[in-house]
Write a protein that binds this ligand. Structure first.
Ligand code: SF4
Length: 240
């Protein structure tokens, strides 16, 4: 994910996940086999539930090169279409992010999506959009000018919660995270219920995302229609 000479800009929402990400990258700088620098930025879209000043002081004390950007188009959007959905909000944010990161002269953008986000996204896409996909851990912006990374892919939110608390950082909640009746909330509740009996559910789902058996799905591009696949499909079932 991180390469020699990278300048990594952390997308800092002020929540437990992005604070964890920032801290681990700052620490990783001292022990990684490659040299890289870290900076952070926040896009204000009018959804934070607490003032950002305490976090600004925390970051200053921590010596973090941090940029706080009030995104006026997003704030106008909030006035004009208060009920707008995530698609529009994300589009506005993406535009602001690229603009900020360009100004920071960074070539990598790090996002704080966690194992929970990957699993939810996998389920959401399967159940609601008819696609088998989740989030890319490493990808590129459309113009290929920025590498986008999600280093917390194997880190669950119970860990980020405890880690952020141990830092004593002033966590800033976002209004959206408190919403009820959303697909996200439903999937979170579903996981919480299932995990009472199957505590390793997310680990298994993440492993599954790294082990795709394309010939056992319905995408005809990958079916063994000519019988040329090396393995006998029934052999997969094993002796049992
Ligand atoms: S959850 Fe809220 S902040 Fe996040 S994309 Fe949706 S509307 Fe925007």
């Amino acid at each position: 994910m991180i390469r020699e000479g990278d300048r990594v800009a952390v997308a800092l929402s002020g929540g437990k996940d992005s604070l964890t990400l920032l801290e681990i990258l700052l620490r990783l700088q001292h022990r990684a086999p490659v040299e890289f620098t870290v900076c952070a930025f926040t896009v204000e879209q009018g959804k934070f539930l607490r003032p950002f000043e305490p976090l600004g002081s925390y970051l200053k004390d921590r010596g973090v090169d941090w940029t706080y950007h009030r995104d006026n188009p997003s704030l106008r959007l909030l006035d004009e279409q208060p009920g707008h959905g995530c698609d529009l909000c994300s589009r506005y944010r993406r535009r602001a992010v690229y603009q900020i990161v360009r100004g920071l002269k960074a070539n990598v953008i790090a996002f704080g999506h966690t194992a929970d986000d990957f699993c939810e996204s996998f389920l959401r896409n399967s159940l609601f959009t008819g696609r088998i996909s989740a989030l890319p851990p490493v990808t590129w912006s459309r113009e290929r000018d920025f590498r986008l990374i999600r280093p917390l892919v194997y880190v669950t939110e119970d860990l980020t919660g405890r880690f952020a608390e141990s830092l004593g950082a002033p966590v800033i909640p976002c209004g959206c995270s408190q919403r009820t009746g959303t697909v996200r909330r439903t999937l979170r509740d579903l996981f919480a219920e299932l995990e009472k009996d199957y505590p390793h559910l997310k680990e298994t789902m993440l492993a599954a995302m790294g082990k795709i058996e394309t010939s056992r799905l319905l995408d005809t591009r990958y079916l063994d229609l000519e019988g040329t696949a090396e393995q006998d499909p029934l052999a997969i079932l094993g002796d049992g």
